[in-house]
Design a protein around this ligand. Structure first.
Ligand code: SF4
Length: 283
């Protein structure tokens, strides 16, 4: 992980840590931080910079949330909660502030389902609480098995450490999801990822790389500089007419998972075999 001395950190008060979720499949969402120092080059959550009124670039500020009101357990009974939607909850600052640990402690005896999304092995610190929770899943995302790609695009959050984290969670009987995300056309070897992880992953999800705002040129240039042979494909997919690339790929993934008895819960592609609405990825 890169040096974080340049990141501006401040503690902010918020009345409630759980908010109603607009994300599909979740009733509530908790973002214990605003901002994310990992600053992945493809991060869609960077739009949060606008809402938080920060002038610093994405990745260079972090608000640590402090909440006063205890979580109302009856309100979340039978509900599905996501931690988090626009930040990685286990950023290095969590070691000091322990806000996610506080949140999990509050949720540990609640009758709800919790899904935690992270790329960090710091989650292993909280295995003691995770084991007490009634229904918890940890989702770790990976776009490549190539450490160099992780170094370049994901602030050096190592692939090995993410796989090791999944293994340890699985060994402790905690449900694991591997989010193959963002799935980079021609670069993410999703079959190799599944084959290498299927013994300790309970379920997979797949999400296409989308390119927005300043990340468009950043990723396209990255592909041009590092993966010259697939660059023309990116131009077709992200600037031209991709025909049925994503639909065919969704079909291939579905068939492969069925044949290999791999469980998956969602494929979020611009258009799939069942959803033919065409969405321009270059938006
Ligand atoms: S870890 Fe997640 S929230 Fe943080 S920068 Fe990367 S993609 Fe964005």
């Amino acid at each position: 992980m890169k040096n974080l001395d340049h990141v501006k950190v401040q503690v902010v008060d918020t009345p409630n840590i759980l908010l109603k979720s607009k994300q599909d499949g979740f009733d509530f969402v908790a973002n214990p931080y605003t901002g994310c120092p990992y600053a992945c080059k493809y991060c869609y959550a960077s739009f949060m910079r606008r809402f938080s009124k920060h002038k610093e670039p994405w990745g260079e500020f972090v608000d640590v949330k402090k909440w006063k009101n205890p979580i109302n357990k009856s309100k979340i009974e039978g509900k599905r909660i996501l931690i988090s939607s626009v930040t990685d909850p286990y950023k290095p600052f969590e070691e000091k502030y322990k806000v996610v640990r506080k949140l999990l402690k509050e949720l540990s005896d609640a009758d709800c389902e919790v899904v935690i999304q992270t790329k960090s092995d710091l989650i292993l610190r909280d295995i003691d609480i995770l084991k007490k929770m009634k229904n918890v899943t940890v989702a770790i995302s990976l776009c490549s098995l190539n450490e160099k790609v992780a170094q370049d695009l994901e602030a050096g959050l190592s692939v090995a450490s993410r796989l090791n984290t999944l293994k340890k969670l699985h060994k402790n009987n905690i449900k694991t999801t591997l989010a193959i995300s963002p799935l980079m056309p021609e670069l993410t070897d999703w079959k190799a990822i599944i084959e290498q992880t299927k013994d300790f992953v309970d379920e997979y999800t797949f999400e296409a790389l989308t390119l927005r705002n300043e990340f468009k040129p950043a990723i396209i240039n990255y592909v041009w500089q590092n993966f010259h042979d697939v660059y023309p494909e990116y131009l077709v997919l992200y600037k031209g007419e991709p025909e049925n690339y994503w639909g065919d790929l969704a079909q291939e993934i579905g068939d492969y998972c069925k044949q290999s008895q791999i469980k998956y819960s969602k494929i979020v592609f611009p258009y799939t075999a069942t959803d033919t609405a065409k969405i321009n990825l270059w938006k």
